[in-house]
Design a binder for this molecule. Structure first.
Ligand SMILES: C[S@@+](CC[C@H](N)C(=O)[O-])C[C@H]1O[C@@H](n2cnc3c(N)ncnc32)[C@H](O)[C@@H]1O
Length: 289
């Protein structure tokens, strides 16, 4: 798999097979999953509450805006909805047409929803789904401020999306699936809510190489979009196993962790070794039903 920006890379061969019952970040027990979700809700609730002054994304003490792309030039951009929590620009690749129904999974304060609304126009519909109350509150306030009556936000877990089958022409999502304990189920739910012939464009964080245990186990890193990410091969396998067609990686961008973040977990020698053997990437991937 080449490491290029803005290139379309067909996923034309099956990645190496998934590794067993504990692969793909599936939690070891329902309690683990609930704990992780509660942690994620706490983190993003706090970020939403202090949104006015929020400069950094994903964690309280770490600056993950290193992952966020620049939205300022996009039509529909609403600065109040941009908490710098994303890791890509899924709408850039989502081929949204006027009049379509778009669902944004893990919509946060609505950043991608408002960009999508500029493309669907007034005859389309945009639905954001998120499970954090304070994010939903902020997103709804943003929609109200902009006077959009065709942008709505519903509370729900994307492992169990509270929308009927075949709702969406297009699903977008930005930096969310890495936070979800049962990614297989979340992809199956994405498939279910897409109309036949519909498609998704999802930006997310994936890994290449083994993340040192100290990073893996760090709950703050989990909510910081890294420690909950899975290997890119496993991620792509899950998409293929969900029966999505014409899978492509639309963009792949390396994420460079700040030295001070690595230094919290690794010795200087460990950092050098880590950098040689390990990569964190933001990818935007596409697939059709
Ligand atoms: C990194 S933020 C991204 C927000 C938004 N997509 C953006 O780019 O601004 C992750 C968002 O996903 C939501 N989230 C995480 N896991 C979720 C789940 N299982 N179900 C629904 N929402 C979830 C969080 O509440 C948070 O608002």
């Amino acid at each position: 798999m080449k490491n290029e920006q803005n290139s379309f890379i067909p996923i034309n061969e099956k990645a190496s097979s998934c590794c067993g019952s504990d692969c793909c970040s599936e939690p070891t027990s329902p309690t683990d999953a609930q704990d992780l979700k509660a942690l994620v809700q706490d983190k993003y609730g706090a970020i939403a509450r202090r949104a006015a002054g929020a400069a950094a994304c994903c964690g309280d003490s770490m600056d993950y805006s290193i992952m966020a792309d620049e939205y300022g030039d996009l039509t529909g951009y609403a600065p109040d909805a941009d908490l710098k929590l994303g890791c890509g620009l899924p709408t850039e690749f989502a081929k949204i047409q006027p009049g379509q129904t778009v669902v944004d999974l893990g919509s946060g304060a609505g950043n991608d929803c408002f960009v999508a609304r500029a493309e669907t126009g007034p005859t389309g519909q945009v639905i954001g789904v998120d499970f954090t109350d304070d994010m939903l509150r902020k997103a709804r306030a943003n929609a109200l401020k902009m006077g959009y009556n065709n942008v709505s936000f519903v509370k729900g877990d994307i492992e169990n999306i509270p929308l009927p089958d075949a709702t969406a022409d297009v699903v977008v999502s930005n930096c969310v699936f890495n936070l979800v304990p049962d990614k297989r189920r979340a992809f199956a739910e994405t498939y279910r809510i897409l109309k036949p012939g519909g498609h998704f464009s999802i930006s997310d964080i994936v890994l290449e190489g083994d993340l040192p245990l100290a990073l893996q186990k760090d709950a703050e890193m989990y909510a910081g979009c890294v420690a909950g990410a899975i290997q890119m091969t496993d991620y792509l396998n899950l998409l293929q196993e969900t029966s999505f067609q014409h899978l492509t990686i639309q963009k792949k961008k390396p994420i460079v962790l700040p030295a001070e973040v690595l230094a919290r977990h690794l010795t200087p020698a460990g950092i050098a070794d880590f950098s040689n053997r390990f990569g964190i990437y933001s990818i935007t991937d596409y697939g059709e039903v």
